[in-house]
Design a protein around this ligand. Structure first.
Ligand code: 7RM
Length: 656
């Protein structure tokens, strides 16, 4: 991950004030207002969230208790009854927003579609009724493996409406990855499409689903609901597979939202860890609804006339929280785009902004870096004057990219919100409030009100200003993950045991390194574990290594990230071969292909380096830290005394 270097941080003193025009009309108008809000929330987080929950959301029944905290297990709004689909749809129908655009969709080969709140509500209700017809009941897990089309959001909201937790699997994942997730979640039904468009080609989503379910390999799945998108020929298994456009015929669009317990599971979303299989991050209903609602409102400074566009895929948490739930809960107009930046269409994002007059634009540093490479004449040739606010998420943004974004896209008039958060946090945690907090290129600035973030050492003691440490959160917040699906123990081990509780106070450990400067601004340095971030997507080294080793030629593999200007990191795999194989270009190609098959195109190694052995500690652990330096072409620094066999390292260095 290209974290800004320590040098660039220490020398980064530029401060950008929001214009008074922006601040005067903003939700939170000044630094003083932010600080007051922050202090009030800090003094009594429970009262702060309770007040907002009452003001901002519809509850079928009020809670008995705001927070029940049995570390590390939190319950928010205990016994409150709520439905997030109701808050995203029904409650807007009795207002003027009924006929406001809820979802604008820009599809790939020139398709587009706009759904008003009333129309989206209808679609969701019908979809929910079809799910019910197929036997889905409250508590049944539904897998969603979809391209970026309105039906992806419709399926999510339909699940939420009837209390069926969804697990969205990114459409770029392979059949194997899909199968693992369906099995872990024991999904009863899969929603998919015949295909999807991705970078000028069709992704055969339904074929992948077939592969995932072949030979009864995912036995919990009883039905597959298929949305027609690309119209290519697919196999439809009788009794199992159903077309959405067939089943919806004659289906009622009346489907009252099920009153859900605030703590009922809303969704599972799988995320890579440094070890073992992907973790099923569990989010529940009430707290998630409140937190994504408030963060969307204050951070993106929503106005009712705005067109808001987040470029993420709904397969990631950013798509869940900031394409679907947060914006719709606020009654905003959210734009969904099926395309992705690519060399064959270097102006695609700017065309969409011009076409729809987008006011708020939220994307990832990796996309920004790709656009910088393509040249600023592309955005310059479009009218981007509708933009009012820019955002980034996914990795640290290097100050150069930040400045380009500010100057070329924002016309030096739009504040940039650099938002730090995780799948696990459910919503944005550290970020500027754009009318209130002056920005510094490369810093996510300050915590959101109610978020008691800190930088500490391994004993849990705060480190001094400008000293590196571990990023932690001290108090539970409404949208925190509730557990790892089916594995409370892993939840505890991964997030709550790295840093010892002091005086019984548990700290949430985010797994990121950070430092805080003299102004209280946070600078996130990237993962402290072995997770690789390729184009903002987190991949566990273990997963990729396991995929490599599953190939007959590979004896052992160690995977590291090498800083890459565009993608953040590139995957470099060090591989040792079985004795009856020898290194060749052909084998390199074959192994790359194999990883793509096992995990998906995201995980394709950029380089494979064959080696006779891997550097290991005496206890047998591969020292990835050394390989990381090697891959980056840097001097090996730090302690090498734990190396079992120094000559292994020397040999690798000679070869590179
Ligand atoms: C939203 C998302 C989470 C990890 C996180 C960080 C990194 C995300 C920023 C960032 C620096 C940011 N969820 N990260 N945003 N690092 N500045 N603004 O990305 O679960 O997929 O990844 O991403 O390392 O821990 S995620």
């Amino acid at each position: 991950m290209t974290a800004p270097t320590i040098e660039s941080i220490l020398h980064e003193n530029r401060l950008f004030q929001p214009s008074s025009e922006f601040s005067n009309q903003a939700q939170i108008k000044s630094l003083q207002d932010y600080e007051q809000l922050y202090e009030r929330a800090k003094a009594d987080p429970v009262a702060f969230w309770a007040e907002l929950a009452e003001q901002e959301l519809h509850w079928f029944q009020k809670w008995d208790q705001v927070l029940d905290w049995q570390p590390p297990f939190a319950k928010w709004f205990v016994n409150g009854k709520i439905n997030i689909s109701y808050n995203c749809l029904d409650r807007h129908l009795t207002t003027w927003r009924r006929n406001k655009a809820a979802l604008i969709w820009e599809g790939e080969p020139g398709d587009s579609r706009t759904l008003t709140y009333a129309q989206l509500h209808r679609e969701v209700c019908q979809f929910a009724n079809v799910l019910k017809e197929l036997g889905i009941k409250k508590g049944d897990v539904v897998g969603i493996y979809m391209p970026m089309i309105p039906e992806a959001a419709i399926a999510m909201l339909a699940c939420a409406r009837i209390g069926a937790p969804h697990t969205v699997v990114f459409g770029g994942f392979s059949a194997e990855a899909l199968r693992d997730r369906l099995n872990d979640g024991k999904a009863k039904l899969v929603v998919t499409a015949d295909g999807g468009w991705r970078k000028d080609a069709i992704v055969p989503l339904k074929d992948q689903v077939d592969k995932a379910l072949d030979d009864n390999a995912a036995p919990s799945v009883e039905n597959v609901l298929v949305v027609q998108r690309t119209h290519q020929r697919i196999h439809m298994e009788p009794g199992r597979d159903h077309w959405w456009h067939d089943l919806r015929q004659g289906i009622s669009s009346d489907c009252p939202a099920e009153p859900m317990d605030s703590e009922d599971m809303l969704f599972i979303l799988y995320t890579s860890g440094s070890t073992g299989k992907p973790k099923g991050v569990v989010h529940s209903t009430g707290g998630y609804n409140l937190y994504t609602h408030m963060t969307t409102k204050w951070i993106f400074d929503l106005r009712d006339t705005d067109v808001y566009w987040c470029t993420a895929d709904v397969g990631w948490i950013t798509g869940h929280s900031y394409i679907v739930y947060g914006p719709l809960s606020n009654g905003a107009t959210t734009l969904m785009y099926e395309g992705a930046p690519r060399n064959s269409n270097p102006g695609c994002f700017w065309d969409v902004i011009e076409k729809y007059g987008v006011n708020i634009f939220y994307t990832a540093p990796t996309a920004i870096r790709a656009f910088i490479k393509m040249g600023e004449h592309h955005p310059k040739a479009r009218d981007l004057s509708s933009l009012r606010l820019l955002g980034t998420v996914g990795e640290p943004i290097n100050p150069e990219a930040w400045m380009w974004y500010y100057r070329v896209i924002g016309g030096e008039r739009c504040p940039i919100v650099d938002t730090w958060w995780q799948t696990e946090t459910g919503g944005i945690m550290i970020t500027p409030l754009p009318g209130a907090i002056p920005t510094k290129p490369g810093s996510a600035t300050r915590p959101f009100p109610g978020i008691l973030a800190d930088v500490v050492d391994l004993d849990g003691h705060p480190v001094k200003d400008n000293e590196g440490g571990y990023l932690v959160v001290r108090h539970p917040w409404p949208s925190m993950m509730r557990t790892v699906y089916g594995d409370d123990d892993r939840f505890r081990r991964t997030y709550w045991e790295h840093i010892a509780p002091i005086d019984g106070q548990y700290l949430y450990f985010a797994g990121d390194g950070a430092r805080r400067d003299d102004d209280g601004y946070f600078w996130v340095m990237g993962r402290v574990d072995d997770v690789i971030s390729v184009s903002g997507h987190r991949l566990g080294t273990m997963e990729i290594e396991s995929a490599l080793v599953s190939h007959g030629a590979v004896a052992e593999a160690a995977v590291v990230g090498k800083p890459d200007e565009i993608k953040g990191e590139e995957i470099v795999a060090f591989v040792t071969l079985e004795s009856n194989y020898s290194p060749s270009e052909e084998l390199e190609k074959e192994l790359k292909k194999h990883v793509v098959q096992e995990i998906g195109a995201l995980a394709r190694p950029g380089q494979i380096r064959f080696s006779d052995a891997l550097p290991k500690t005496r206890s047998g652990k591969i020292m990835r830290r050394l390989l990381r330096s090697l891959a980056a072409g840097q001097e090996i620094a730090g302690d090498t005394s734990t190396l079992e066999d120094r000559s292994v390292l020397d040999k690798l260095r000679e070869d590179s």
